[in-house]
Design a protein around this ligand. Structure first.
Ligand code: HEC
Ligand code: HEC
Ligand code: HEC
Ligand code: HEC
Length: 357
């Protein structure tokens, strides 16, 4: 929780610094509690918006919309949360039963009526499945652009429903979506997705903020924890070494693989205490018999045998069968996610050969 708050704080600070105008609240944003979001909003003078998230008395929790004057034109930007039972369930799971999701088409219509005549353009930020964005565009007239998010799609060409354009820019800030629109009777549009790859230089101030975030996380968990002191005092044998007497060739293959250096990859970047990295760069993160944030067991650092074959405790002590004898590709994809390794499935045979045993 503490680490997640530090992360959210850093993100709000960076968003504010780079000039993000507004953020539509998604269900995961509610995980730290509404008061904390409000605190960030105030601290960084940075609006979270939602036209249809309300408290139990139907009072909006956040600003429903903002109006920005851009080059002499007024642009209305409002936020929407999907209202399918699935989405409402997610919201209430995270935020508790006191948060309500109002009917989305009605909420959008009300905002548009309220802003009509006051704005030149209307942008909706929609947190819901893309098929619901189509429904929104068709049923509610007057939205110029819907910027979607939940499906994490990358729309090279904007989709068009009537007069409404719909775009999405992938996930995890991997792309900057740039939509150029000329609204002169006949709409002409051009959409680009600019990858934040190595070719884009780091902004020195943002880089500093990220370094400050990393340092805070290190200070929170590290800074002389017992586990770290123990690790300094005596090198601890990795768990995989206990497999060596009987599977020595496999252990040799593993030692030469990138899985065996997954933890040092994080150390090199001062990310070894960040739970959102450790999840895939350690063994069985926060699962039974696995690496935990509180214990920081050195013997479970890196992606070791048990990441794929399951907890081997009983296999080691009583020669019980190993829990997962034949790991499948689905397991790999839990870590080799499509955003990191888009061609993993197609290239599986060649990839497996790099660690084959
Ligand atoms: C004392 C010897 C010994 C140790 C130590 C040992 N194993 Fe095994 N392991 C075996 C034997 C014996 C088999 C069964 C081989 C067979 O049936 O072909 C086996 C089978 C396996 C299999 C394949 C299961 C199958 O049915 O094909 C996996 C995976 C495995 N072990 C993983 C591990 C891991 C991971 C460790 C370390 C955490 C480990 N073993 C430690 C002896 C050992
Ligand atoms: C627990 C998470 C996790 C699982 C499960 C996992 N990997 Fe990995 N894998 C990683 C991480 C993390 C790295 C990067 C390590 C580094 O370089 O620091 C990696 C790197 C690799 C690499 C080297 C980079 C490359 O693409 O050439 C190969 C090969 C690989 N994994 C294959 C597999 C295969 C095949 C499976 C499934 C049988 C699998 N991995 C399952 C986390 C995982
Ligand atoms: C969902 C699982 C997952 C999470 C979470 C994750 N990684 Fe990874 N990481 C991987 C996999 C899988 C690879 C290997 C990708 C490849 O090379 O094909 C990898 C590779 C890397 C590499 C490249 C390693 C190299 O040798 O070039 C770096 C750096 C890295 N991760 C850092 C991080 C950091 C920092 C975080 C936290 C912000 C993080 N990872 C979170 C799965 C994950
Ligand atoms: C990235 C995931 C991954 C890691 C890490 C990993 N394995 Fe495996 N292991 C597999 C897969 C996948 C198979 C192949 C299953 C199959 O052939 O169906 C396999 C097969 C095996 C087998 C059976 C081989 C045979 O000939 O039947 C043994 C034994 C084994 N692994 C032991 C280990 C040991 C010991 C380690 C650690 C040193 C380890 N594995 C690390 C994924 C992994």
């Amino acid at each position: 929780m503490e680490a997640a708050k530090i992360k959210a704080d850093s993100m709000a600070r960076i968003f504010s610094h780079i000039g993000v105008d507004a953020v539509n609240v998604g269900e995961k944003d509610l995980a730290l509690g509404i008061p904390y979001l409000k605190e960030l909003e105030e601290k960084y003078n940075f609006p979270f918006i939602s036209a249809n998230l309300t408290d139990e008395n139907d009072v909006p929790i956040f600003k429903r919309y903002i109006v920005k004057n851009i080059n002499g034109k007024n642009v209305g930007i409002f936020g929407l949360m999907g209202d399918t039972s699935e989405m409402v369930g997610e919201v209430q799971k995270v935020a508790g039963g006191t948060v309500k999701v109002q009917e989305i088409l009605q909420a959008a219509t009300t905002v548009i009526e309220e802003l009509s005549g006051k704005v030149d353009y209307m942008i909706a930020l929609a947190h819901q499945k893309t098929n619901r964005d189509w429904v929104l565009a068709r049923r509610v007239k007057g939205i110029d652009v819907i910027i979607g998010g939940q499906d994490k799609l990358k729309t090279e060409d904007p989709k068009k429903a009537g007069e409404t354009l719909m775009v999405q820019a992938g996930e995890k800030g991997q792309y900057q979506g740039l939509l150029e629109v000329t609204l002169n009777g006949e709409k002409t549009t051009q959409n680009s997705l600019i990858p934040f790859g190595d070719k884009i230089e780091d902004d020195p101030e943002v880089k500093e903020m990220i370094t400050a975030y990393n340092d805070k996380i290190v200070a929170l968990y590290g800074g002389g924890s017992d586990a770290e002191k123990d690790a300094d005092a005596a090198p601890v044998a990795l768990r995989a070494i206990s497999c060596e007497p009987c599977h020595s060739e496999v252990v040799q293959v593993w030692k030469a693989s990138d899985h065996a250096k997954a933890y040092s990859t994080l150390v090199e970047r001062s990310k070894q205490f960040d739970p959102s990295c450790l999840a895939c760069h350690t063994t069985r993160f926060e699962k039974s018999g696995g690496f935990t944030m509180t214990l920081q067991q050195p013997e479970l650092m890196n992606v070791q045998c048990e990441s794929c074959h399951g907890d081997a405790t009983a296999h080691l002590s009583e020669m019980q069968p190993i829990p997962v004898a034949d790991p499948t590709m689905e397991l790999c994809i839990k870590c080799h996610t499509p955003d990191r390794c888009p061609d993993f499935e197609q290239e599986y045979d060649a990839t497996w050969q790099k660690i084959a045993h």
